[in-house]
Write a protein of this length. Structure first.
Lengths: 106, 165, 628
């Protein structure tokens, strides 16, 4: 089982789908963020396994870059959550619909 | 033997993911996520990526999730601050059904690849020295850009989270 | 070049009408123009046409010359061209002569009758336009050009009937005339199309049609014959399209005299005579035409016996005489029918104008039972009307005798004895109601002694005299051989004589005697009942005949009401419910869909993500199913 590329890919796709489901079904902003991170991790897994398949080190480098990006994103994302929580005192992501036409005068 | 390791790690990873999206409390979700990340790190190790295995634990589990946990606890979330999510389970089911064709498509694509053995490679494949050589040889520019990105994120985080006077 | 003069016969009245119209607009907007100007221009136009027509007439004496003038090509359709052209042969010149002459006289009459009307110039504009259209109709060299004139007289008739437009009843009468005409015109148009399709290959004028008509199958010919006749029925007020003629009396009396006595209503008869080459080939349709004419004649005569409005009596009498003309042309005696058109123009115009004079004299009273004793008050009018009444009843030597006698002779010698008997009965009735009118209006006693008689100007009475002379003399051009005459009309229109009469001279004389006897019987009955009629009690009439056999009411219920119900139904049920629902519903649903779709843009990011997943799922399904 550990010998075929397909099993790794299957695992990665399951994780990716879980992350995607988390994004669309949860309203808690933290959970959404964590789902995004999960998706990124699944992508990392795909990269690394493909790298092993083709015996190339480059996808691993890409995976590291992705981790670095995830870190940067974490910083900004979480500070944004803090700011929003101070304003609205709630973690409901549906409140943040400022871009829509009806609530743009809030 | 390797197979058993793989299956166990995979099991942990998937159950962590499932728990993450099902728990209502963010702390529990975060802890599930840690479980997933650690399992993934193990799988990286199985894939002849020792450096990435370490990076994952140090960076991801050690820094990013820690920061997340810190923020969760910092905000002092009570249960009434949590949003109500009445359609959580139904949306998950619908979404799962919707995602099936997508998965099948990707898997079908990968199915066409010929079968090659995926055992752990020797002779320093994925070690730090090889990794570093590759990083600074072909990927120097992205490396520098990452630094700038991190700096920007740092400044941005500080500016955003400042208390307005 | 001399043929170009032919066009002037029609052009002069058109130009004069145009000039009058412009002058009228000028006179009401800018500066008033005195009536005399309008009347001079208006009256000279038909007389000028008469003189030009007369010059052509002289050229045609003794030979069979046909004058053609093609003005311009109107429609060039791939070989089947239609030109605007004029054709003067013996028939059309004959019509031109009396149309323009009688028309001119009526113009003179109208200048007196309409003297105080403020639309004087407008009246003459319409009048000249009418003369122009009628002359165009008669001088057309092709059925299409004739149709232009046909429509033109119809529309002028509408204008002139609705002339006193302030009263909406008059306008309704004008509408009725136009609509009934239109029903007939539909038949005419269908006939034109059929003719054009089947026969007009080598050219669409009468000469070519006559040459090619034998190539068409009898069924098509029958169809054309019937549909053409439908047009004639509308224009000449026969059954069933006659309902407009009595209502048309709402127009001024000169209009009734000109249009509904002498000219427009005879257009149908002229048309059948023009198409003689067609009707010669389908004698069954001709018989049908003759029967319609006979029944219309009888029907109208019955109704006229109980009418009280003087103009309505004359209107029904016109319809009756037109029936006679159709009996003649239906049986192939085209020249006979046209002869009756000619004599009828004189005495009918005279009757109408005389009636108009009496109406004016009694301050626009039209009920004959409110008149009476006018014999001494308007001597000239009485005398001329007496002549005209004698003419119409067929007493020799007045005009109507010769023409009516020839019609009945045609019926008898074609062995159509039923038609002949209807003709005789109608002659009795004609004499009865005409003399009833004469006696009640001009004799009668116990009328109001102190009523004032309005003065009747010379411009109105002089034409009466001229027409009276005409009513006396007009018959003499058609004296049959049996009486020693040469039947000039018959000779002139020899090309239009279909059948020769197969009766002996003795039979002719006996028939003549029968006609005179019938007329005398009618006069006698009228004399008994109405001479010295006691005017004290104005009779009230009821009954079927008085109500014109309820034809108007029947038409109203059957046709007008059903169309009205249909339009109400369509406008309220279908239009509002179905069409509006669909159209408005379409737009409303469009808006609703738009609003619904716009809810998708709710800035809820998770919703966007969900939508994206739906999209990805769809694409993946497609790719899975399609790729290999």
């Amino acid at each position: 089982m550990a010998d075929s590329l397909l099993s790794y890919i299957t695992l990665a796709m399951i994780l990716f789908s879980l992350g995607l489901l988390g994004v669309i079904s949860r309203k808690n902003i933290f959970i959404i963020y964590m789902s995004i991170e999960l998706m990124l991790n699944a992508i990392n897994l795909i990269f690394v396994s493909v790298g092993r398949y083709y015996e190339s080190i480059e996808p691993q480098v890409i995976a590291m870059v992705i981790i670095a990006i995830a870190a940067a994103e974490a910083a900004v994302f979480l500070s944004l959550i803090v700011v929003m929580y101070r304003r609205k005192k709630t973690l409901n992501s549906d409140i943040f619909t400022v871009l829509s036409q009806k609530d743009s005068n809030e | 033997m390797i197979d058993i390791v793989f299956v166990v790690l995979a099991f942990f990873a998937v159950s962590g993911g499932v728990g993450m999206i099902l728990f209502a409390q963010p702390i529990y979700s975060a802890l599930s996520l840690i479980m997933t990340i650690l399992a993934l790190a193990g799988i990286f190790a199985l894939l002849s990526a020792p450096f990435l295995f370490m990076l994952q634990i140090i960076l991801y589990a050690g820094a990013i999730i820690t920061l997340l946990l810190f923020i969760i606890m910092f905000l002092n979330i009570q249960s009434d601050n949590l949003p109500e999510e009445p359609h959580k389970k139904s949306t998950i089911v619908v979404g799962a059904i919707l995602l099936v064709p997508f998965n099948i498509l990707i898997l079908k694509a990968f199915y066409t690849l010929p079968n090659k053995p995926m055992h752990i490679l020797g002779d320093n494949f994925g070690s730090i020295s090889l990794f570093g050589t590759e990083l600074f040889r072909g990927w120097l520019v992205p490396f520098e850009l990452i630094s700038i990105l991190l700096l920007t994120a740092l400044v941005g985080a500080v500016v955003l989270a400042r208390k307005d006077k | 070049m001399s043929n170009f003069l032919l066009a002037w016969i029609v052009l002069i009245p058109f130009l004069s009408a145009f000039l009058l119209g412009v002058m009228y607009l000028f006179s009401i907007k800018i500066a008033k123009i005195p009536n005399i100007v309008f009347s001079v221009i208006g009256i000279s136009a038909p007389f000028l046409s008469f003189f030009i027509g007369f010059s052509f007439f002289i050229q045609m004496i003794g030979n069979d010359e046909i004058f053609l003038y093609k003005a311009f090509r109107w429609l060039g359709v791939d070989g089947r061209d239609i030109d605007m052209g004029f054709m003067a042969d013996k028939l059309s010149i004959f019509m031109v002569l009396f149309i323009s002459f009688v028309g001119g006289l009526i113009h003179i009459y109208a200048s007196g009758y309409m003297k105080e009307d403020k639309g004087y110039g407008k009246f003459f504009f319409y009048f000249n336009l009418f003369i122009a259209s009628m002359l165009l109709l008669v001088l057309a060299h092709s059925p299409i050009i004739m149709f232009i004139g046909w429509e033109g007289v119809g529309v002028c008739s509408y204008f002139l009937i609705s002339y006193y437009y302030e009263d909406s009843a008059n306008v309704q009468a004008g509408n009725k005339a136009f609509i009934a005409n239109r029903v007939g015109d539909f038949g005419f148009i269908v006939a034109l199309i059929t003719i054009f399709y089947y026969v007009g290959v080598n050219g669409f004028d009468y000469i070519n049609l006559e040459a090619n008509i034998e190539n068409v199958s009898p069924e098509i010919l029958t169809f054309i014959g019937i549909t053409l006749f439908i047009g004639a029925v509308g224009k000449s007020a026969q059954i069933p399209l006659f309902v407009w003629l009595p209502d048309a009396m709402a127009g001024p009396t000169p209009v009734s005299a000109l249009i509904h006595a002498a000219t427009m209503v005879t257009a149908g008869v002229y048309m059948v005579a023009r198409f003689h080459f067609l009707y010669d080939l389908i004698p069954n349709v001709g018989l049908y035409v003759a029967y319609i004419g006979a029944f219309s004649a009888l029907f109208a005569a019955i109704i006229a016996t109980k009418q009280t409005d003087i103009k309505k009596i004359l209107a029904y009498s016109t319809m009756s005489q037109l029936g006679y003309m159709f009996i003649a042309v239906g049986l192939g005696g085209y020249s006979v029918g046209i002869f009756h058109v000619f004599t009828h123009a004189f005495f009918k115009a005279l009757l109408f104008m005389g009636a108009g004079a009496v109406i004016v004299a009694l301050h626009h009273e039209q009920n004959i039972f409110k008149m009476g004793g006018m014999k001494n008050k308007t001597k000239l009018v009485f005398f001329t009307m007496l002549i005209a009444t004698l003419a119409i009843t067929g007493i020799p030597p007045f005009a109507g005798f010769f023409s009516k006698d020839e019609i009945l002779l045609t019926a008898f010698s074609s062995e159509q004895y039923l038609l002949w008997s209807i003709g005789i009965i109608t002659a009795v009735l004609t004499a009865y109601y005409m003399f009833r009118m004469l006696f009640v209006v001009f004799f009668g006693k116990n009328y109001k002694e102190n009523r004032t008689i309005h003065f009747v100007p010379k411009s109105m009475t002089m034409p009466l005299v001229v027409l009276a002379i005409g009513s006396i003399l007009a018959g003499f051009i058609g004296i049959p051989e049996v009486l020693g005459g040469q039947n000039l009309v018959g000779e002139w229109l020899a090309n239009w004589k279909h059948n020769s009469l197969h009766v002996t001279h003795n039979t002719e004389l006996i028939l003549m005697g029968t006609n005179i006897l019938a007329a005398l019987i009618g006069i006698f009955i009228a004399y008994k009942k109405f001479y010295m009629y006691d005017m004290k009690k104005v009779p009230e009439f009821t009954g079927m005949v008085w109500n014109k056999f309820y034809i108007d009411e029947i038409y109203n219920k059957l046709i007008v009401d059903s169309i009205k119900h249909l339009s109400v139904f369509i406008s309220f049920k279908i239009d509002i419910n179905i069409i509006d629902k669909v159209v408005m519903g379409l737009s409303r649903n469009f808006i609703r869909t738009g609003q619904y779709v716009s809810k998708m843009q709710n800035a809820n990011t998770r919703f966007y993500a969900f939508t994206m997943i739906v999209g990805i799922s769809a694409i993946s399904t497609y790719l899975i199913l399609v790729i290999r």
